[in-house]
Design a protein around this ligand. Sequence first.
Ligand SMILES: [Fe+2]
Length: 338
Amino acid sequence: MSKLLSHLSYIAVTSPDVEASVRFYEERVGLTVTDRVDGAVYLRCWGDYYAYSVIVLPGDQPSMSTMAWRTASPAALDEAVARIEAAGVQGEWVEVHKIGRAYRFTGPWGHSMTLHWDVTRHQSEPAAASIYPDRPAKRSSFAGAPRQLDHVTIACTDVDAFAKWYNDVLGFRIMARTVLDEAPISVFSVLTTNEKSHDLGVVLDGAKVPGRINHYAFWVDTREELLIAADTLMENGVPIEYGPSIHGIGEQNFLYYREPSTLRIELNTGGYRNYVPDWEPNTWKPSQGSNNFYRNGSMPMSLTESFPPADAPSATEEGVPDEIKDALLNPYAKQGRG
Ligand SMILES: [Fe+2]
């Protein structure tokens, strides 16, 4: 298989109160609105190369509408589509705002993915243009503003099978996985289309709601900026759900908080670069610090909430052993404990 995908290009999310979410992205995250079309609001980080990286759409609940990936070439888009359809999944060609022709499909666990080659590059107004040729716009003067979109982490009922499907069909490299200390249950895996540790994460979902998202993440250049963002979030009444700390897997500095829809946002910086084409994924145990590098704090239970919310985890069904039930209901309970 030739290289099919290059990177995550945008994410579309739904919010019951679009304007409240958009205001938060502008005033608390540091994004700017680039377009408003038919109720959809398009936003971007100062360093995003294309016209937008986030779309906020109206919806009854917080959720992911789609995640979009730019292919490596026009031919790669055709090859990706052929491979998806050969795998038994039928998508459709759609027209996307300031992108044009794109192929949208729903993967085996219900996640919408949009693939495209065509794109519109961001063009700054003169007042916002950078003095540096490589920058699509001036560095933001907003404290802790992210430079660009970073990754998406979805939830599904079979972490390893999800990773295998996206590896087999679209060539995502599987970089690492986490299996519980107590039972052979895979609760987390990271996949990538490039040299980052991940641009697609997968967490175990105890609920049967298809297509859920756990969080998505923006990138800041430095740990100092991440800490300044944490400071200003606290000063402005935005609770920090977890962090700042460092993930063992990927070695990124992280910070989680929620936007008004309750959808979880992460800020990331740092971490390794991995260029090894035949990388064999390592298996971590939570006790090794897969989630918390310092092994000194448990992830809060709230981090297991994915979107849209689900009331009844399948783990509560009869016949599931207590140990596995606990793991499914709280796959992160032991992550970070030494
Ligand atoms: Fe993440």
